[in-house]
Design a protein around this ligand. Structure first.
Ligand code: BGC
Length: 351
């Protein structure tokens, strides 16, 4: 026992020193907004994991206000952040503030959304954005039986925010599945609004999506023309579209298939109620864990693991990326994906 005592002491000391050293590593986490459920989860998950590992966390939400996000990042740098994790509001607006980070040798991880037009971003961690769109597009192809049906279907398209680099990937992934059927005359978009610029929704706003859907219904569907599907890029836009359709008196029987992404609680409830057909589950716990791993590698002076070095060109260079896998979710598997995995409680999904 005597012999081991000094050894135990040394080990304890090393552990204590290690913890102190870690406790001094400050992580600045800049999230876009609290108005959307997912970012609250992203922020909370990361904060919890980083703090459990002994890091000091400065977590800020910017209310979808670009200037506010820039000043939050400035403050993080002033307050001694060692590493920044940023989900940008406008991916192309952070160049100047990130120059300061770069000058101070602060590594920057782009979280979920790529940061554009700068070499000051070190790594990118996200879900495979193109695959999200592919999952949505494939779903519509199959659910509408586009391969076999002879009568054409009417669909409308509601995409994401033009300042979010992800939005075009989601859109493109889905359109690549559906375009052949538009070309073949099997899919008709009665509004004629197909190009990304025509269907984008600033700030991914539910209200804007709802207002646009109100206009589309009034202009193209008032005479009883059937609407078979609305390809929505995410759940916040899907929510606006569903509200619009309900407001216009669409019944469950004639309700179009609405796609989404994120498995937000309100949308999962709509899936259960039959007012949304599917969503894409992007488990924010997985992404948070990935980013914690990246940070830990950086702190150890190692290169973080990435699995994509070709896709995400940000206008200056191709950012080394780790892509997590998005998962199809609908009425048949939501319990397993969301409840059994502990993501939500059953009560949270009850009305
Ligand atoms: C995210 C989506 C989210 C959307 C709106 C995108 O960048 O990848 O998960 O629905 O922003 O916040």
């Amino acid at each position: 026992m005597k012999k081991f005592f000094p050894l135990i002491l040394v080990v304890t000391l090393i552990l204590a020193l290690g913890t102190t050293a870690l406790a001094q590593v400050r992580i600045g986490i800049a999230m876009p907004t609290q108005s959307l459920q997912r970012w609250n989860q992203d922020g909370a998950n990361m904060k919890q994991r980083f703090e459990a590992a002994g890091y000091v966390v400065d977590l800020q939400y910017a209310n979808n206000n670009v200037a506010l996000q820039i000043s939050q990042i400035e403050n993080m740098i002033l307050n001694g952040a060692d590493i920044l994790v940023i989900a940008a509001i406008d991916g192309a607006s952070l160049g100047t503030v990130l120059e300061v980070a770069k000058d101070e040798g602060i590594p920057v991880i782009a979280y979920d959304r790529l940061i554009m037009e700068t070499d000051a971003v070190s790594y990118y961690a996200t879900f495979d954005n193109y695959m999200v769109g592919t999952i949505q597009g494939k779903y519509l192809v199959e659910a509408l039986d586009l391969e076999n049906r002879t009568d054409p279907v009417n669909i409308e398209i509601v995409a994401g925010s033009p300042d979010d680099n992800n939005a075009r990937y989601f859109y493109q992934g889905a359109i690549d599945q559906i375009q052949p059927y538009i070309d073949a005359g099997k899919v008709i978009v009665p509004s004629g609004q197909i190009a990304f610029e025509q269907v984008a929704t600033l700030e991914w706003s539910s209200e804007r999506a709802q207002a646009r859907m109100d206009n589309l219904i009034a202009a193209y569907y008032a005479g009883g023309r059937p609407l078979h599907a609305v390809l929505c890029s995410n759940d916040s836009t899907a929510l606006g579209v569903t509200n619009s359709l309900l407001g216009a008196g669409f019944t469950k029987e004639e309700f179009p298939l609405i796609t989404g992404q994120d498995c937000d609680i309100a949308n999962t409830k709509n899936i259960i109620a039959g007012y949304q057909a599917m969503s894409v589950f992007k488990d924010t716990r997985t992404l948070a864990e990935r980013v914690v791993k990246m940070v830990e590698a950086i702190v150890r002076g190692e290169e973080p693991e990435v699995n994509d070095t070709e896709t995400y060109f940000n206008g200056v260079f191709t950012v080394p990326t780790y892509l997590c896998e998005p998962v199809f979710a609908d009425i048949n598997n939501y319990e397993e994906l969301l409840i059994e995995s502990g993501y939500y409680t059953r009560e949270q999904l009850e009305n």
